[in-house]
Design a protein around this ligand. Structure first.
Ligand code: NAI
Length: 461
């Protein structure tokens, strides 16, 4: 029986390994992590992350061919194939601080693999890493292994899942990318990994490349996606200035088969743990290779995203007569997108901090994010003045508010009874739709003053 070990039980490692276990009953999958709380949550009825469909997959396999453990060394020692899905955040200090990827967790995982291995291993980069990381990992593995003659094959197999649709993305991926050395041993390792995916992924969706192309493709993928969001968001600012409507512009663009319909929704900005970090990493790699113009090009994608968030805060404050001091503002949605509990780099953090900077009183509701998490993200000390209330219901958040900001596109915000909401708000009552998900005309008929990104401004406002 082939044994797989997945190091890192996070948003990528947990769902990815669970789906491999589901689709390959003949393979034993152990998911390990140094975080005891994460592993005990994976072993409980309340999984550490929320993803539609994840619980069902875990319940089907856990205790059969899927296990979660903190005994990292034991399971690495026993495995034939090791997927490494540890975090690779942006470096906060030292060389490349604020841009380069921090590979501390990866390096420590590699040293541990070398330390406990006494048989050949295929080591797979699942984390997003800088191009040529496999070279460094290879050196760490071969120079630290005690048993002589062990062969390590390093493969790059970046993960393209999106949070909120992770299980669907894993069950039905548009492509699986495998990069490896182009010598006989490398090609053999590629075939072994391919054999796992062919349990459920059609052959023609499995792309094999050299190591560096696979590593760079993941950074390029996130950069292209983020660039598309910043492009439509930049257009949204121009729409507001000219009377064009961004949704109409998006529709026109989407019908161009060379452009296509996806990722064309203007919003308050992109978030999530990956886009910003991976573009910064790309910028750093470009700079390190002397490619200043290329680095500057990609850096602008992040700048436009920052601009979009501050533009939103500015719009809220100026619309509400240039001050939100002491005014209650309801924040609907805190996660960086719908159907996830993840708040890493969510635009809600910057918007809330911006409004708090102007002394607003925030009442925040998100169906999946805990009060603890929100308070942590906003760095609110328990003893501090209470300008933030986290509540368990959208109506409670909105009661007696001057304005409502929609910051996550949760479906339930579409079905709120806005007439009832309007009755219970201070007048004039404002709605700032940061996700362009509400019917602006309907809201205006009720009496709201509405700001929707990239749409003509409310004449009453
Ligand atoms: P995460 O922070 O949720 O999970 C990483 C886990 O690795 C943590 O639980 C941590 O305790 C564990 N860990 C760190 N060092 C370890 C070690 N030496 N031994 C055992 N466990 C260790 O991170 P997430 O979101 O799962 O991302 C992981 C990687 O995947 C990152 O490189 C990210 O860029 C990439 N990625 C993330 C996607 C996402 O949507 N979150 C999508 C595609 C790629």
């Amino acid at each position: 029986m082939v044994k797989i070990c997945g190091i890192g039980a996070g948003y990528v490692g947990g769902p990815t390994m669970a789906v491999i276990a589901l689709k390959c009953p003949s393979i034993e999958v152990a998911v390990v992590d140094i975080s005891e709380s994460r592993i005990s949550a994976w072993n409980s009825n309340k999984l550490p992350i929320y993803e539609p469909g994840l619980e069902e997959v875990v319940n089907q396999c856990r205790g059969k061919n899927l296990l979660f453990s903190t005994d990292v060394e034991k399971h690495v020692h026993e495995a034939d194939i090791i997927f490494v899905s540890v975090n690779t955040p942006t470096k906060v200090k030292g060389l490349g601080a604020g841009k380069a990827a921090d590979l501390t967790y990866w390096e420590s995982a590699a040293r541990m693999i070398a330390h406990v291995s006494n048989s050949d291993k295929i080591v797979i980069e699942k984390s997003t890493v800088p191009v040529r990381t496999a070279e460094a990992i290879g050196k760490i593995l071969t120079h630290n292994t005690k048993t002589k003659g062990i062969n390590y094959q390093i493969l790059s197999n970046p993960e393209f899942l999106s949070e909120g649709t992770a299980i669907q993305d894993l069950l039905n991926p548009d492509r699986v990318l495998i990069g490896g050395n182009q010598d006989p041993q490398g090609l053999d390792a590629i075939q072994k990994l391919k054999a796992i995916y062919t349990h459920w992924v059609p052959q023609d969706r499995i792309i094999t490349t050299n190591l560096w192309s696979a590593e760079l493709s993941k950074l390029a993928d996130n950069a292209f996606l983020a660039q598309r969001i910043s492009s439509i968001n930049a257009m949204s600012a121009l729409c507001e200035a000219t009377g064009a409507e961004v949704s109409q512009v998006s529709l026109a663009l989407s019908k161009n088969t060379k452009i296509g319909p996806k990722f064309l929704n203007a919003s308050v900005g992109f978030g999530g743990s990956c886009f910003q970090k991976d573009i910064l990493n790309l910028v750093y790699i470009c700079e390190s290779n002397g490619l200043t113009e290329v680095a500057n090009y990609w850096r602008e994608v992040i700048k436009v995203n920052e601009y979009q968030k501050s533009r939103f805060v500015h719009r809220v404050v100026t619309s509400m007569f240039n001050t939100v001091s002491g005014k209650k503002i309801a924040i609907l949605g805190f996660a960086f997108k719908k159907d996830t509990s993840d708040t890493r780099k969510t635009p809600a953090i910057d918007v809330c901090k911006g409004l708090l900077g102007d002394d607003a009183c925030l009442s925040i509701y998100d169906p999946r994010v805990t009060q603890n998490q929100i308070e942590k993200d906003l760095s609110i000390s328990c003893s501090g003045v209470k300008h933030v209330n986290v509540v368990g219901d959208a109506y409670e958040a909105i009661r007696d508010a001057h304005g409502v900001c929609i910051l996550t596109e949760w479906d339930e915000f579409k079905t709120i009874d806005y007439e009832r909401v309007y009755e219970n708000m201070v007048k004039p009552a404002f709605v700032f739709d940061g996700r362009n998900m509400l019917d602006v005309d309907k809201l205006r008929k009720i009496g709201f003053i509405v700001y929707s990104i990239g749409k003509p401004l409310d004449q009453c406002g």
